[in-house]
Write a protein that binds this ligand. Structure first.
Ligand code: 13P
Length: 340
């Protein structure tokens, strides 16, 4: 394992002022997003959408450190025959690949899931590396509910995240480790705090046991939030305070950076909370974004599948990327949202 090279890639991904564009929706997930704007999901429409983002060169060059791709996109060419990975490289960003195969019901656990995809992973990573990928992503999901998540489901998922991370590092690929505690449900912020600490502690224990070099990885967690249907909404500062306190307790300082998922937060909430986290300062890790929806929702709606909307959609994407770039520096203010 070349730890120096892995560490350089990890540090590059979390460079202050930049973050990751998560454009790795599975075929099923992107269909849902396209359904919402009345666009049929085909190989061509998926390519057109992703090419539009990657060709938003001002945003890509200044604010994006890496792009997570679905396997289809990694091997796809743009409309004029240019491989899409080349557009990412030309913008000075790193291509990455989602390598998990999604969640499946966990046997013997009635409503919990396990993420699949370890079979043949080393071979898939070797091919992805050849195509230019330098980092990967694997997402495990945890639902908060009555007695959930169970320690059995936490341990099984933590173990597989750690096995994935070890296999990645041996392939020269930086693992983005994503244990997501979902926002679904009425739970309060205390509950999310407690569960997120348990999950992260189990993940780092498993990473340690599998001898994963923390200097050569990036953590992609949820922020500490209340459930979607919880009545008591925390303030931006409470989210920042609790997120930092929880991470200080369970995330080792050797991890170069944390790149948050947006997880269904509104665009502006995700940005404001990331900003508040960075304003507090004095953290051992870089704190940035690895957003899917919070970077793509606005431009996707603007695009709505029409080529005449391309420039406006690119502008909407660049705007969100710039807002999140400022938030990664703790320099965002809500007034900037309104000044173009
Ligand atoms: P969201 O930011 O939409 O949660 O997506 C991030 C991601 O990569 C989920 O796996």
């Amino acid at each position: 394992m070349n730890l120096v090279a892995l560490n350089e890639i990890a540090e590059r991904l979390v460079t202050p002022g930049r973050g990751i564009l998560a454009a790795d929706e599975s075929t099923g997930t992107i269909k849902k997003r396209f359904d919402a704007i009345g666009v049929e999901s085909t190989e061509t429409s998926r390519r057109d959408w992703r090419e539009l983002l990657l060709r938003a060169s001002e945003g890509m060059r200044h604010f994006i450190s890496g792009v997570i791709l679905y396997e289809e996109t990694l091997y796809q060419d743009g409309a004029n025959g240019t491989p899409l990975v080349e557009l990412i490289a030309a913008a000075g960003a790193l291509p990455g690949i989602k390598v998990d195969k999604g969640t499946r019901p966990l046997s013997n656990f009635s409503s919990e899931t396990i993420t699949e995809g370890l079979d043949g992973l080393a071979e898939r990573l070797a091919r992805a590396f050849e195509r230019g990928a330098r980092f990967a992503k694997w997402r495990a999901a945890f639902t908060i509910g009555d007695g959930l998540p169970t320690s059995g489901a936490i341990k099984a998922n933590a173990q597989d995240l750690a096995r994935y991370a070890a296999i990645c590092q041996n392939a020269g690929i930086v693992p983005v480790v994503e244990p997501e505690v979902l926002m679904d449900g009425p739970h309060d912020i205390h509950c999310c705090d407690e569960v997120t600490r348990q999950v992260l502690a189990a993940v780092f224990q498993a990473l340690f046991e599998q001898r994963v070099a923390l200097e050569g990885m990036v953590l992609k967690p949820n922020m500490i939030l209340c459930g979607e249907s919880c009545q008591r909404r925390p303030t931006v500062d409470e989210v920042a305070h609790r997120t930092i306190s929880a991470f200080k307790a369970v995330v080792p300082a050797a991890v170069p950076g944390v790149a948050f998922l947006s997880g269904g937060q509104s665009d502006e909430d995700a940005t404001a909370r990331l900003n508040a986290i960075n304003r507090r300062g004095g953290l051992p890790w870089k704190m940035t974004f690895s957003f899917g929806r919070a970077l793509q929702a606005a431009p996707l709606k603007t695009w709505s599948g029409r080529s005449e909307n391309t420039a406006a959609a690119q502008q909407a994407f660049v705007h969100r990327a710039r807002m999140n770039s400022l938030a990664s520096l703790g320099q965002w203010t809500s007034t900037l949202e309104r000044v173009g």
